[in-house]
Design a protein around this ligand. Structure first.
Ligand code: 6R9
Length: 702
């Protein structure tokens, strides 16, 4: 029996969505040169790729794209089957109803939401990413160029060498009893051992769950408890910029917390990263802890492939949502493989001789799809950088670009804005002439940052692929194909093959033409997540119940007269800080766990570098006084519960919070106070106590 999606919860969610959208629509960074009545007030900026660029582009015109796009949505089964045939399948997928290679139900009213692609096909993504190239005689090509935190420290691995390293770890894990379907948690910095660990899991059919190594012990323990891995892979420590972080200590703390909840992790395989934290300085638990270098290199460099069904789980990756607990987004093998490879190829106009650098960490989806799987499936050479863009100085990225002759550079708007602040000189000091394509991901890129990226970094000759997608989508959804059509600064432009965006109004009706609304997707695509770990009901409630018959992205969006899409940011209670998704509820619960905090409400506010910052309104227990010390300890509570990257930028003391008579916090008002838009508070008469608003305004800078 099916209840038809989340009932009340879905409704509450939709209400908060509506509440927020009113704000975002009005605020939308509006690279729009369009006024309310739709009349053009100024000529929009466009950038057209050069003839030289287009002469080698995989897709070189909007017409060519349109023809291919039409095929992809009219007959997705045929379209994707053709592409999938280029991969190795131990057993070919099943076809049903004639030629169908996929089945989907994304309408919660009809039945359980279920999506399958290439079902019955048996393959292995590690085999396709590594062995396939080695067997085709490309084993000598560089797979990874590793650049350490400090200039001058580097390493590299050919495809053959990478395969050998992966096989050794795969053999070790298998020998230790890790089987197909078992979860393995990975908490590591950007050493090559991190993608090696992911690939080794994939090779033996184990499910990797990478936890970004900036999360706290508590956050790590929650993620471990959710998927119960018997193995945790980590590193003694890491140097990031001028800081040393003792990762193993954080893991020890997490494993103790997990133990208190009655779960014991069998083995903690620890890579000794001596340049950061030496073995002798690492706390050790005999029986549980094992040094990677003591065991893994002893294993053979060849290892059998575990052939898995296309719909067997490849990995879990936790991400933040509107409500408290992080969601374990689950991706399967076949569709994800085909989709990440294809999106990578077209959105970056990938050619065999490209040198591709993605600055993302494997702790996030970008590091999964576009640092590891997508590029390796294409046999690309990938630069992996351990450090941070401004260490030792603001010129580091361009030094790396010149050092490796990087042709495709993919980063986040937050990095661009922070480098832009250091001016043009550190960029111009380097040649950058190898660059061909630039990419952006993580949040809407403001037109001014886009301009600087295009004009200064790319010398006005490199198209920018502003790729809109999500952990849940697995791969790019709306993105330029470089060279194929004119770019407009700030627009992600057009949907990728097979992707059918729908802009929907608050009643769930699709609206057409030039319009703004909630961004939904109409039909399944191969790279789409299949469920949330252990909670299919939440999967349906969050993504499919708000707008029936659609996948709901959580983002607001505008479509212009050329059919281009302009993402306007999240419309739910998710804040995007430096491209990292943080749920307001998670930060609130961390604050409220502080013994002196009675209540907390968190909103986002515009932040010059981070995109959005975290603004927390905090009500203290009766009789507790505000102090700087208390402020610091509240911020520390968030660091402990989530991680330093989620620390609030601002704590605003709040004797009371604006609530409706039914007790719902009116975040709309808090957002206006946080933005200092005090003349735009709107109607406050429905508040249980309108007086709290004046109190809050008085305390703004206290
Ligand atoms: C890949 C990734 C997803 C959310 C998404 C949206 C924002 C990402 C964007 C973008 C505008 C882009 N987002 N890319 N907004 N333009 N090019 O970032 O995944 O961490 O799950 O975040 O990020 O709000 O909903 P994830």
């Amino acid at each position: 029996h099916h209840t038809g999606g989340g009932g009340l919860a879905a409704l509450a969610h939709l209400n908060s969505v509506r509440d927020m959208f009113a704000l975002n629509a009005a605020d939308s960074a509006g690279a729009a040169a369009v006024v309310d009545d739709g009349a053009e007030v100024e000529e929009e900026e466009r950038e057209v790729a050069s003839d030289t660029f287009r002469s080698t582009a995989l897709i070189s015109s909007r017409e060519q794209y349109a023809a291919m796009y039409r095929r992809s949505v009219e007959d997705p089964d045929f379209f994707w089957a053709e592409i999938a045939s280029a991969f190795y399948w131990k057993t070919k997928w099943e076809t049903r109803d004639g030629n169908k290679i996929h089945s989907e139900n994304i309408d919660v009213r009809k039945a359980r939401v279920a999506i399958e692609w290439f079902k019955g096909g048996r393959t292995n993504i590690c085999y396709n990413a590594l062995d396939r190239h080695v067997e085709a005689g490309k084993g000598g090509k560089i797979a990874f160029l590793w650049e350490g935190n400090d200039p001058g420290v580097d390493d590299k691995l050919t495809y053959k060498e990478l395969l050998e390293r992966v096989c050794q770890l795969a053999n070790y894990l298998r020998d230790q009893g890790v089987k197909k379907g078992d979860a393995v948690a990975i908490y590591m910095p950007m050493l090559l051992e991190l993608p090696i660990a992911m690939l080794a899991c994939a090779r033996i059919g184990a499910v990797h769950s990478v936890v970004f190594a900036g999360f706290s012990a508590e956050a790590l323990s929650q993620r471990i408890l959710d998927c119960k891995p018997n193995f945790v892979l980590t590193t003694s420590g890491v140097r990031r910029g001028s800081k040393v972080i003792k990762l193993k200590e954080i893991v020890d703390d997490a494993l103790e917390r997990v133990l208190k909840e009655g779960f014991a992790v069998g083995t903690c395989l620890t890579y000794a990263n001596d340049s950061a934290v030496k073995r002798e300085d690492t706390a050790w638990q005999e029986g549980r802890d094992v040094w990677w270098q003591d065991v893994v290199p002893k294993y053979p460099k060849e290892s059998a492939v575990e052939w898995v069904d296309a719909e067997d789980t490849l990995f879990l990756l936790y991400t933040s949502g509107s409500t408290g607990k992080p969601k374990g987004v689950l991706h399967t093998t076949g569709g994800y493989m085909v989709y990440t490879a294809t999106t990578f190829k077209y959105a970056f106009d990938y050619h065999d001789d490209d040198i591709y650098w993605c600055t993302a960490d494997c702790g996030w989806i970008t590091g999964h799809s576009y640092l590891t799987y997508g590029p390796l499936l294409n046999g690309a050479t990938v630069v992996v950088f351990e450090g941070v863009p401004n260490y030792p100085d603001a010129g580091r990225c361009w030094e790396i670009v010149d050092k490796y002759k990087v042709t495709i550079f993919y980063t986040a708007p937050t990095a661009i804005r922070s480098l832009m602040r250091s001016g043009d000189e550190p960029v111009k000091r380097r040649s950058r002439k190898s660059l061909r394509v630039l990419g952006s991901v993580g949040e809407p890129i403001n037109p001014s940052a886009w301009r600087w990226y295009y004009d200064v970094v790319g010398d006005a000759r490199c198209p920018i692929s502003d790729t809109w997608w999500q952990t849940e989508t697995g791969g790019f959804m709306i993105t330029p194909l470089p060279g194929a059509w004119p770019l407009k600064p700030g627009s992600a432009t057009l949907p990728f093959f097979g992707v059918q965006p729908a802009i929907v109004d608050e009643n769930g009706h699709e609206i057409s033409g030039v319009c703004s609304g909630y961004l939904c997707i109409k039909a399944a695509w191969p790279g789409m997540m299949r469920t949330l770990q252990g909670d299919h009901a939440r999967y349906e409630t969050t993504y499919f119940a708000p707008f029936k018959g659609f996948y709901f992205s959580g983002d607001g969006c505008r479509r212009d007269e050329d059919g281009y899409y302009w993402l306007t940011g999240r419309v739910d209670d998710v804040i995007n800080v430096s491209g990292h998704r943080i749920g307001t509820a998670e930060v609130e619960s961390a604050l409220v766990s502080h013994p002196q905090c009675a209540e907390a409400a968190v909103v986002g506010f515009d932040h010059e570098i981070k995109g959005q910052g975290i603004y927390a309104f905090v009500t203290l227990l009766e009789g507790v006084d505000y102090s700087e010390q208390l402020r610091a300890s509240l911020i520390n509570a968030v660091r402990t519960h989530i991680g330093a990257f989620a620390a609030p930028d601002k704590i605003h003391w709040a004797p009371g919070l604006p609530k409706t008579r039914s007790g719902k916090i009116m975040r709309r008002i808090l957002r206006k106070i946080a933005a200092n838009q005090l003349d735009e508070l709107g109607d406050i008469s429905t508040l249980a106590d309108p007086g709290v608003v004046d109190q809050l305004i008085d305390l703004r800078d206290k």
